[in-house]
Ligand binder design. Sequence first.
Ligand SMILES: [Zn+2]
Length: 251
Amino acid sequence: MAQITQINANLWTVDVVLPEYSVRGAVIRGDDYAVVWDTLTHLTDMEVVNQIIGDTPYHVVYTHADWDHIWGTAGLAGTPSSIIGQTHCYDRFDDDVPDTLNRMQTKSPKIWDAVELIRPTMTFDKQMTLHLGGITLDLHHLPGHTKDCIVGWLPELGILLGGDVMETPLPVVNDGDVVEAWLEQLDYWANIKSLKQTIPAHGTTAGRACLESTRTYLKKLLNDDDIPVLDNWDDFYQKTHSKNFELVHGV
Ligand SMILES: [Zn+2]
């Protein structure tokens, strides 16, 4: 069951607890339009979202095409004005997106039978701005975790929606060669003085903690600095860290 938390007059987070980790989406509501920021894992995750949106016209934004961010779309009431994703996100629906669903349906058929893959109806390469009425959402491509990852900047609120670009206790690397460029992009956001809070899909929403922690981790990972295994790294993150190290250093 998805858990809704109201952050301010325009923003709610939507949290779903999975066996290995948790995932978070969001709803942004302006005077004219709402945005569903990721549709999470299952149609039922969108029930609480439908209540917040009500009759407001809305867009869906996919932060990237990993399964835990895009499988609930068919659970939304009404028809979205558009479903937006970065260009590579659209392409992944011809590639690994159906493969993952097939694999998980084979493994646990009853749970995932209702999932429908609904691809973006609108794409962008680098940047796109959505005017929602009194509130703006700026979408920025920020490859790193995957090549289709984006972040969402809410300038009026000083909040950056991080998707999987930032994560605590540590981010998931899939390609060691892009980590340096990923870190440079995070440095860009860290220099934005009006950025008060980061809200990632996995991890802490306290202040800028997730952004700063991800920068520190990636910097150490690149420099091969000693990264101590911390108490808050459960099994999933210990394994992820070993894999991250291997991807960057090849051992
Ligand atoms: Zn994720």
